[in-house]
Design a protein. Sequence first.
Length: 382
Amino acid sequence: MKVSKFMAPEIIFGEQSICQIGECLSRLGAKKVFLASDPGVVEAGWAEQVIHYLKQSQLNYHLWTNVTPNPKDYEVHQGLGEYLAHECNAIVGVGGGSVLDAAKAIALLATNGGSILEYEGVDKITRPLPPMVMIPTTAGSGSEVSQFSIIVYSERKAKITIISKSLIPDIAIIDPQTLMTKDRRLTSSTGMDALSHAIESYISLAATPLTEVLSLKAMRLIAQYLRPSAASRYNMEAKRAMAMASLQAGLAFSNAILGAVHAMSHQVGGLIDAPHGEINAILLPYVLEYNYLAAPEKYKNIAEALGENVAGKSLHEASRLAMKAVKELASDLEIPVRLSALGMTEEQVEVISRHSIQDACIVTNPRDMTVEDVKELFRKAL
């Protein structure tokens, strides 16, 4: 019998749920809070809201915003220095996946020490982390519920994947209202990231009946609501649905892990610093085509979840509909169709392919891959 585990934080979901941040931290024993965010989130007013509720709960805090998209190792170490200097004992992340990943990496180092690069891979963390509460402001990364932290190794210009159940936050607060301040491009990019989480977790070698239910539900919500969410930042029905889709996909991939799309996109993002969701959207159809042989029955379910009519279709025909649906969604959202449009070149294929095959996410890809297979997929996507 296959044995599996399912890990999740306490989850608080709904409009205005951000107001519960102070109470959450108080019952976790927080005294001085390290508040990680970024300039865009601060400008949108969400960090200020968090600070308001921290003050209401009489909690001291230190605000840190020196993190960029695709967070770098040196940013994490700089943040750790501020965490220690201000004698914090709890961490809050409010922002997109980059902020949340950086916050979790700082929490890791606060109690485990050393360099963040030492923790690449699976289960390298040996000591408990400080209390962590994460508030996502995008519907895509799933970092608020996941056991992942993705950090750029700046010297090598490659992303490292850190996977540990210790990285799962204590509490995730998902307030759909935070999605209203995101522009069309970010809404589209992060939504495609959530879709890639849902699809890759569904066909992952580590998928279970529990993760599969979440993956399929996330796909259905994204197929129905990502377009209207990108079209209007004031469509609360769409924002609420996308927040739930991102949450469900995040829980699914945290427990089922991912596959070749993320193994490859991590390395592209580390080298050319492009939007993670856009890289995933470009790679997803090519990797789906490659992986078809490993899970044709599941491809039929993917196509159906994405709104395609699979009645009377063969498995092969249905699988093509799954790939068609992904391409059409990306096209409607005006996502670039080639990696070259994001700045990747043929000369970079060799080194990115070598790094991709070493990424932890490649282990659960449903079809075996060699470096040559990865190179071929990158060249098709260029």
